[in-house]
Write a protein that binds this ligand. Structure first.
Ligand SMILES: Cc1cc2nc3c(=O)[nH]c(=O)nc-3n(C[C@H](O)[C@H](O)[C@H](O)COP(=O)(O)O)c2cc1C
Length: 174
């Protein structure tokens, strides 16, 4: 309901992914606090054209999709190995528009770009990366009750949706 009160771009952005006829599949890995899963599920809620697939999975054929996303928490400065294994296994990635999303304690921009070269190597078109700060209670952060409490939050959900929408809308008329 909150979005209906807004007269600005947020409302328009929120409509976009829900109304496009483009098919989107996002492979994700999430285990620490389920931050990545939470972020995707909230950002893509009500988008019937978006499929969220938790890794590992038997699904390897992406030929029927227009956009392919990869999302993971950051573990010891890297995305989960399952992301790279999945990219390697995928059939039909050639020429597809791809994007990646990272959630992490530090939120460094470069984290989002980690799968870029793997995607390109498989013939995918890399369209952009997003990095989101999220709750992190790993290692020493546990002693202080974790950092980035209550994240991902609604702003993160909107930013993620906007990020995907912007990529999708660029190719809406293809
Ligand atoms: C084993 C482990 C290692 C982590 N390493 C990093 C790291 O190197 N850099 C960072 O910013 N966050 C790190 N984090 C925090 C996670 O990236 C962050 O909480 C992320 O949102 C977890 O995603 P998930 O809940 O979807 O699994 C680490 C967390 C765990 C459990």
């Amino acid at each position: 309901m909150k979005f209906f009160k807004l007269k600005n771009k947020k409302y328009i952005y929120l409509k976009k992914m829900e109304t496009t006829h483009k098919k989107i599949i996002i492979f994700y890995y999430s285990y620490h606090n389920m931050n990545t899963k939470k972020l995707l599920e909230a950002s893509c809620a009500n988008c019937s054209n978006v499929e969220l697939i938790q890794l590992p999975t038997e699904r390897t054929d992406v030929s029927g999709y227009d956009f392919i996303g990869f999302a993971s928490g950051i573990y010891y400065l890297g995305m989960a190995k399952e992301i790279y294994e999945q990219i390697e296994k995928l059939k039909g990635l050639e020429g597809k528009h791809c994007f990646s999303i990272a959630t992490s304690g530090m939120g460094f921009e470069k984290f989002g770009y980690y799968p870029k070269n793997y995607i390109i190597k498989k013939g995918g078109l890399f369209e952009g990366a997003l990095s989101i700060k999220a709750y992190d209670a790993f290692g020493p952060f546990k002693l202080i009750g974790g950092i980035n409490k209550n994240k991902p939050n609604e702003d993160d959900f909107n930013n993620t949706k906007r990020f995907i929408d912007n990529i999708v809308m660029k190719y809406e008329n293809e």
